[in-house]
Design a protein around this ligand. Structure first.
Ligand code: GLN
Length: 402
């Protein structure tokens, strides 16, 4: 696809990619010898919306290995299996402020977080399965479900890392020595090398991100891959720890949960809206794709994607207020009711109840046009109704049209 093809979203992505090409090219990783053969000029960006629409520019079909982008997705698999408390006995929640391959282990052998190598090796070793082969198939199946297609392993990259991965094996041995690794350290490191060697395209990465953006449901295939709370917790760690010792500046400048890998890919997520994949193999000093960081920084600036950007003021949930001498007051609600929606309703009703001109009139709360209500908002709304009744009003609730 070129910049003259496609719809305006494809073109906007192509423009961002073209501008990112002016950034420092970075240096292709060669500590895993096989990674050194990547074409430094290759670059791609892809975006998948939570409605399942795909957009891309550049070399979006070029395959590369996931490397550390595998970490949040394997974390989500284990979190779903063990739950927060059991999983986090083994690994922390805190940004390490250190490089990805740091010897990050506290006295109990607990790495700072699951997004750095030490934490990812410990996490990956907790995947349920009878043996190493079964555990890897479970990882492969889950990451494939995130991508919406079966992912294959790059044997050469795997063999290349397995032949040279002393540092990662050392991390596994240290975790084992501290009593924080249930498997043989070499097997744990081997399983981790395999997950890192799964092959993806930039488009795959955007679909994987979109699945997290969409509360764990792959928006292209419709499959529920992980529970919504697992997706949220995974994004939370990506937001604080996904970019290693660059995580703080990343949160400041870009403000999207993200995870990078040494092969030059980055996944970034705009919760509720879309997932993005970028690829460019040259890395900066923190081991993140240099032009990938540039592309995401430009995109976030241009489209106001920062997590803490002042959000559009939510539309009021009170659609209409009808005063009728016979029927009394009807409050018609609409849209999604979460905390702020019910807060608006409670405010309006409190005002109506103290309005002397309306004293004694019956109240109808029509929620038939509400599309969704959170459980907490529903409890709050019940309390509003109970309070009106306690003040002697006759209240009728027209239920949600589910
Ligand atoms: N397999 C790589 C390693 O452990 C992954 C690191 C990364 O992508 N940052 O060294």
């Amino acid at each position: 696809m070129t910049s003259s093809d496609g719809n305006p979203v494809d073109r906007a992505l192509a423009q961002v990619l073209a501008r990112a090409a002016n950034a420092y090219p970075g240096v292709v990783a060669d500590y895993i010898p096989e990674l050194a053969s990547a074409d430094p000029a290759s670059a791609a960006i892809a975006l998948t919306s939570t409605s399942g629409h795909l957009y891309a520019a550049g070399d979006h079909d070029v395959a590369f290995t996931l490397q550390s982008i595998s970490k949040p997705f394997v974390y989500s698999l284990v979190l779903g299996q063990l739950g927060v408390d059991r999983l986090h006995e083994h690994v922390g929640f805190e940004p390490s402020g250190e490089p990805f391959n740091a010897i990050s282990l506290d006295d109990a052998g607990r790495p700072a977080n699951p997004m750095i190598n030490a934490g990812a090796i410990v996490t990956s070793a907790l995947v349920d399965g009878a043996d190493e082969a079964e555990r890897f198939e479970s990882i492969r199946a889950t990451l494939s479900a995130f991508a919406g297609r079966t992912l294959e392993m790059d044997e050469r990259v795997y063999a290349s890392e397995a032949a040279t991965g002393e540092r990662n094996r050392a991390l596994a041995h240290l975790a084992r020595a501290a009593g924080n690794l249930a498997r043989h350290p070499d097997d744990a490191a081997d399983g981790y090398f395999r997950q890192c060697a799964l092959l993806v395209t930039t488009t795959d990465v955007s679909v994987m991100g979109a699945t997290l953006a969409n509360g764990g449901v792959n928006p292209v295939t419709g499959m529920e891959v992980v529970a919504p709370s697992v997706a949220r917790r995974t994004l939370s760690l990506m937001a604080s720890c996904g970019m290693y010792d660059h995580a703080g500046e990343w949160a400041y400048r870009v403000g999207m949960p993200a995870k990078s890998g040494v092969s030059g890919g980055i996944v970034a997520v705009k919760p509720g809206q879309f997932g993005i994949g970028v690829y460019s193999p040259g890395l900066d000093a923190a081991g993140n794709s240099s032009r990938g960081v540039a592309a995401l920084t430009l995109l976030a600036d241009e489209f106001g994607l920062h997590l803490l950007e002042h959000p559009a003021t939510p539309a009021t949930s009170v659609d209409r207020l009808i005063h009728d001498p016979v029927e009394g007051i009807t409050v018609v609600l609409r849209g999604e009711l979460a905390f702020t929606g019910v807060e608006h309703v409670a405010f309006e009703i409190a005002r109506l109840l103290t309005d002397n001109d309306l004293a004694g009139s019956a109240l109808t709360l029509d929620t038939s046009s509400v599309t969704r209500i959170t459980p907490a908002a529903e409890r709050l709304l019940d309390a509003v109704v109970a309070q009106a009744r306690a003040r002697g009003r006759s209240v009728t609730v027209v239920p949600l049209d589910r």
